[in-house]
Design a protein around this ligand. Structure first.
Ligand SMILES: *Cc1c(COP(=O)(O)O)cnc(C)c1O
Length: 458
């Protein structure tokens, strides 16, 4: 036992072997070597043989390589969920990426009025495009939709009451809860109705002189089915306005186009919300809009102007890269090219026939354990739950189990994210760019195809 410990190489011996990795600062190299040696000692303590110099050196090199690898990495989303908050939601269009790169590479007129040669406002850059794409009088971009909601409530309802249906006082995800945001804003939550049914009379009975706003929240991650009731937006608008209160509409995804044209259910659009009487509509930039992370507040000009002047507008402001990407994304809607340009819509528009051969190629790479199945691509985050389109997926059933395969796929470079369902790993080509098809096939082939380690299992 003790001789096994004694034969573990010294830090200096391993450092000498690292050689080519001398480009690392010495302190980092020493730290990696110490970690590798500690792991070797642990292995010996558990009764294993003493790892040799080459093994420990390789381990130290792997630790250093891991250090160099960025924490935030590109992944291939084969999960079949178009808007995955955990995977960073919407991928950007080419036009948005180019605009970001241009803005990043040099100085910009972010807060500089080129006509006057004097100080300008960053908020000016987004107003016109937000007006054009939503029909609003004015618009403002902040850090994200949670920030937009917090800001609207704090500015217009601090110390006052906000009425919310019990069916909408929900958790959106990541422990983001509407009642918590309300409390944080300093507004008092007045819940009305029941989880499944809320009538306009429920709101009417709760309205007092202290009511600043009625808040509507899009049920973006759950469905209430069966015996349900929910007032029309227009009814709530009339009621709020009769009492001098505001109607705030948290739309979640904030769709700018008719989703029914893509073969999925109708999502409320921003234009509908404003036409229906909402004073302000709030939505995310990186959900169905298909742009960068931000929160958009559009609606009445006087209200947006008040928000823009508030100190929170400074605290929650977006940077030049977000403005560049947002405007390039909105421009696609103005030009009517969102279906071709914006990845979210491009993916949704793909026909099943286009997906079948791609799914088949992946299934064939897996050999006997692979087949092609019909499945659904879900829109995900912020759109109606259950909204999606039928796809063809590769369904893989390796000897070692679907969870093993899903894990092995995540270890690929770039990592591939599949979903596990009914003992199979499902890979949906709709959310994968065609440029990654070969990588997915090769990775599956290496793990499950003829001659792979899994294939040779008994
Ligand atoms: C997603 C969502 C939010 C939060 O938006 P973020 O941009 O993630 O801050 C708020 N409300 C609803 C209804 C949502 O769907």
């Amino acid at each position: 036992m003790s001789s096994a410990f004694r034969s573990i190489p010294s830090v200096d011996a391993v450092l000498g072997e690292l050689g080519g990795n001398g480009s690392w600062p010495r302190a980092l190299a020493v730290e990696a070597v110490r970690t590798a040696i500690a792991q070797a000692r642990e292995a010996v303590r558990e009764g294993g043989p003493s790892p040799d110099l080459a093994t420990i050196t390789a381990e130290a090199e792997a630790i250093l390589a891991g250090l160099a690898r960025p924490s935030l990495r590109r992944v291939v989303n084969a999960s079949g969920v178009i808007l995955q908050t955990n995977l960073g939601r919407a991928p950007l269009s080419e036009r948005a990426m180019a605009a970001m790169a241009e803005a990043a590479s040099d100085y910009t007129n972010l807060e500089f009025d080129l006509d006057e040669g004097s100080r300008g406002s960053r908020h000016e850059h987004v107003r016109d495009l937000l007006r054009r794409t939503t029909g609003a009088e004015d618009g403002l971009a902040v850090n994200n939709n949670a920030a937009a909601l917090l800001m609207a409530l704090q500015v217009f309802a601090q110390g006052l009451e906000v009425i919310v249906s019990r069916g909408e006082a929900v958790e959106i995800g990541g422990r983001f809860r509407i009642p918590d945001v309300l409390r944080q804003s300093g507004a008092r939550l007045v819940e009305v109705g029941t989880t499944n049914r809320t009538y306009v009379d429920d709101y009417a009975e709760a309205i007092t002189d202290e009511t600043a706003a009625i808040l509507r929240v899009h049920r973006s991650n759950f469905q209430v089915t069966g015996f349900t009731a929910r007032p029309e937006l227009g009814e709530l608008a009339r009621l709020a306005h009769e009492h001098g209160a505001l109607l705030l509409d948290d739309l979640g995804s904030g769709c700018l186009v008719e989703t029914a044209e893509y073969g999925v259910g109708h999502e409320p659009t921003v234009r509908e919300s404003l036409a229906g009487g909402a004073d302000l509509a709030l939505f995310s930039g990186d959900k169905l809009l298909g742009g960068p992370q931000c929160g958009l507040i559009v609606g009445r000009g006087d209200l947006v102007a008040t928000l823009r002047r508030h100190p929170l507008a400074r605290a929650l402001r977006v940077d030049k890269l977000t403005i560049a990407a947002l405007n390039a994304t909105l421009m696609a809607y103005v030009a009517g090219t969102e279906r071709e340009e914006i990845p979210v819509w491009r993916m949704l528009a793909l026909e099943r026939e286009q997906l079948e051969p791609r799914a088949r190629a992946w299934a064939e790479a897996a050999g006997a354990g692979g087949r092609v199945v019909e499945s659904r691509t879900m829109i995900g985050g912020g759109a109606a739950p259950g909204a999606g389109r039928t796809s063809w997926c590769a369904a893989l059933r390796p000897e070692r189990g679907a969870e093993w395969l899903a894990r092995a796929l995540r270890e690929a470079e770039p990592p591939i994210v599949a979903r596990v369902e009914g003992g199979e790993a499902l890979l949906d080509p709709r959310t994968v760019s065609e440029g990654d098809d070969g990588h997915v096939a090769a990775t599956i082939g290496g793990l499950m195809g003829p001659g792979s380690s899994a294939d040779s299992q008994p």
